[in-house]
Design a protein around this ligand. Sequence first.
Ligand code: SF4
Ligand code: SF4
Length: 341
Amino acid sequence: MSNAEGFILEKESFPNLISLLMKEADEVYGPKEVNAGVYDFRKINKPEEVRLGEVTTVTPPLKKVVRPPFEVLFKFKGEEIEVDYDSKIRAIVGVHPCDVNGLKLLDKAYSNAGKDPYYFSRRSNLIIVAENCTRADDNCFCTSFDTGPELREGYDLLMTDIGNRYLVEVGSVNGEKLVTKLNLPHAKDEDLKEKNTRINLVKGTIRKKLNTVNLKRTMEGSLYHPIWKELGEKCLSCGICSVVCPTCFCFEMDDKLNLDQKSGVRYRTWDSCMFFEYSEVALGGNFRRARSARIRQFINHKLNYWVDQFGTFGCVGCGRCIRQCPANIDIVEVARRIGGS
Ligand code: SF4
Ligand code: SF4
């Protein structure tokens, strides 16, 4: 669908969009201020709770919704199995370009060995109302992967703050229906120009950069680089970097048995290559016993192995792993020290 045409939503009418989404969807999520100056996506109960225009939230909204940290795969009783796919309609408002692009990467990961039915049941029922960035911070580096600050696809509606109103662009049939129901007026040429001006302004503020030309080859040659030993001494192995990363997709599965020892549930939870137990094998073996080996794996997976697995880098430059790391480990600085630019 062409994005050449846009519509106008006055800021004072933004609550109408949220109210409409509350009617159309079973659940609506949006960015909320969860602590002073700290924003994260939560369920929205009333339109005033949504806080647009802030930088990327602490955790990645789309990953949390399509692949929740804990999910029951099926219930069992003896040999009987009961599967219940989650097909709730969820609308997510205010998603940044890097996160929509992160979802595209998760789609690849969860289609790799056949489509994961749990993931795609949720994924196919999402209504994504994205928001182009009009602010960035020192850790954003989306321009390096062309994943922001402007979104080009993957949304139902795309909003850009152009002053006292939003330019709203339509990216799907669902988005078109929403715009029709809201009866939004068409945008004018100057509104589209204003959008481009604001996007270019924010692009100019993104100073963190990673040159992706030859990056994979540089990382391939890094296996024995002394930096891993140094980082292994700093890294706490807390796994925060992988929890907040919109493209980390590893999980572990387990069974929870009821007291009858015959019935229970099989569930899966997020897992992380940064944890010691992640690479444990039988008889006490462990392929990545040292923290240096685990941080090497995390960074090489994003900037090297993803290309082999899925044909693209596994990073969208959201900067979350840098912002949240208690040991101040910075993936861009690491790649630069290894020889990137
Ligand atoms: S790199 Fe940072 S966030 Fe990641 S496990 Fe190490 S200390 Fe935790
Ligand atoms: S590796 Fe870091 S910067 Fe890249 S997508 Fe993950 S959290 Fe964002």
